[in-house]
Write a protein that binds this ligand. Structure first.
Ligand code: PLP
Length: 448
């Protein structure tokens, strides 16, 4: 009897043809040592016409309850059809706003800049998108008898927050390894509050990553870092959402801050799959934005990606991308080549001022998003991005997770950095005349 073809499976990015089921505990190709990726049966996906997929996804966007009330699971057929609805662990992820930043764009000379607010999410970062898929899959595996005791990750902060929330929601034990003293208070308190076993290790992210890989080798502790390609399937919905929110039009550019490089790989995968299915007919150019202090991919880009050298990441305020040995570097380079991609970098002062300037447009962006916005300005100045181009910057986390950074910026207390957009509270006695007088001096002239 011919075995029924699985709807999706793991396969190596090395090109090795062997397939592995998604409920197998495996993160790398045993033949090449390369990462795996999830592949979908193309016949299943072409069972609907491109216009039918667009209509289906549009019809689900507004769902107020059930599986489709999640932006990720509203695209379940493309993400992970193997998870049965009863095992889905969702906290309302996805369907995040795509907002214009007209004044920021005007000042830099481009008419059409939008910011995809992936941080408007349960734990405040895009990491929720991947974690709902991974934890749902583990939930199903455990229910069906897989000998998994806990799920674990190394993290620069946001991965652990997402993992601990989704595990807590599912009642699955969670273990997080964090670099001691290198993440924000808001990020540390999330796994603590969600009851995760939290180890603060005297090392950096790359050091935590090594240890978690060793801990998870035997399989009883399931690995939740983005080398686990289930997460990529959830994160790729960001690309689909952007196109959908633009009326199924493709922007000219998408700019993504990159650290471990899972997200840029995911966004590229989403776009390539949409094109393969005929849902879009062209690709945007992709930009990976790195902090100058932690820029191994940028260095490799300067050399046309001929080689890649991991290096110890320097300290950057964009702590979520302070990574020197990115796990998904091969995937990212493949994607960037496919998209005629660019890697740009930003200094500490540039990222801080770009974030603060965007906040003046009503946003409240994290330092990583500041890196992407600064890269946007640089590419405009270099005339890579042309004034009329449509550009989407991925905002990866909510600014509220990085209040220390914002407070120091407006206090003028960031060492070596000139806070161009500094704003300070003005202390006055409780006297209405004093308040009026100060106000008159501060308000712009004329009445609106
Ligand atoms: C994880 C993270 C990134 C980097 O994403 P990678 O997939 O590691 O490249 C950027 N910004 C924030 C806020 C993050 O949490």
């Amino acid at each position: 009897m011919k075995q029924k073809q699985a709807p999706c499976w793991y396969q190596s990015i090395s090109g090795h043809p062997e397939r592995y089921p998604l409920d197998q505990i495996i993160y790398r190709c045993p033949h090449s040592g390369e990462l795996l990726e999830v592949r979908h049966d193309p016949d299943r996906l072409s069972s609907r016409k491109p216009s039918e997929w667009r209509e289906l996804f549009d019809s689900r966007w507004g769902a107020s309850s059930g599986t489709h009330a999640s932006g990720v699971w509203g695209k379940k057929e493309w993400v992970c059809p193997l998870v049965e609805d009863e095992f889905i662990v969702s906290i309302g992820e996805g369907r995040t706003p795509l907002v214009p930043a007209p004044r920021f764009a005007e000042k830099t000379g481009s008419a059409d800049l939008r910011v995809k607010l992936c941080g408007n999410s349960h734990t405040g970062s895009f990491k929720d998108l991947g974690m709902t898929v991974l934890v749902s899959m583990v939930n199903q595996m455990m229910a069906k008898g897989a000998p998994v005791k806990a799920v674990a990750c190394a993290s620069t902060g946001d991965t652990s927050a997402a993992l601990s929330a989704y595990c807590a929601a599912a009642g699955i034990p969670c273990l997080v390894l964090l670099p001691k003293g290198k993440i924000s208070t808001a990020q540390l308190i999330q796994p603590i509050a969600n009851g995760a076993i939290t180890f603060a290790l005297d090392t950096d992210f790359d050091g935590c990553m090594k240890i978690v890989q060793q801990l998870t080798e035997a399989g009883e502790i399931y690995l939740a870092n983005s080398m686990n390609s289930l997460r990529v399937e959830g994160q790729k919905t960001v690309a689909i959402e952007i196109v959908q929110q633009l009326g199924w039009q493709v922007p000219d550019w998408i700019i993504v801050p990159g650290g471990n490089l899972g997200n840029i790989s995911a966004i590229g995968k989403g776009l390539l799959e949409m094109r393969a299915m005929g849902v879009i007919d062209r690709l945007p150019r992709l930009v990976c934005a790195q902090a100058e202090k932690a820029n191994p991919l940028y260095r490799s880009y300067l050399n046309n990606f001929q080689d890649f050298e991991p290096r110890v990441a320097g300290k950057t305020m964009a702590s979520a991308i302070q990574i020197g040995a990115p796990v998904s570097v091969r995937k990212a380079i493949t994607v960037l080549r496919e998209f005629d991609g660019i890697v740009e970098q930003a200094s500490e002062e540039e990222l801080a001022n770009a974030a603060a300037e965007a906040d003046r447009d009503g946003l409240f962006v994290c330092p990583q998003t500041g890196v992407a916005l600064a890269a946007f300005s640089r590419l405009l100045a270099k005339q890579e991005i042309k004034p009329g181009d449509s550009v989407v910057v991925i905002s990866t986390a909510h600014g509220l997770k990085f209040v220390d950074f914002k407070v120091k910026y407006h206090d003028g207390a960031l060492a070596g950095i000139k806070s161009t957009f500094r704003n300070q509270p003005i202390e006055l006695p409780a006297d209405v005349d004093m308040v009026r007088k100060n106000l008159d001096d501060l308000l712009p002239p004329g009445v609106r």
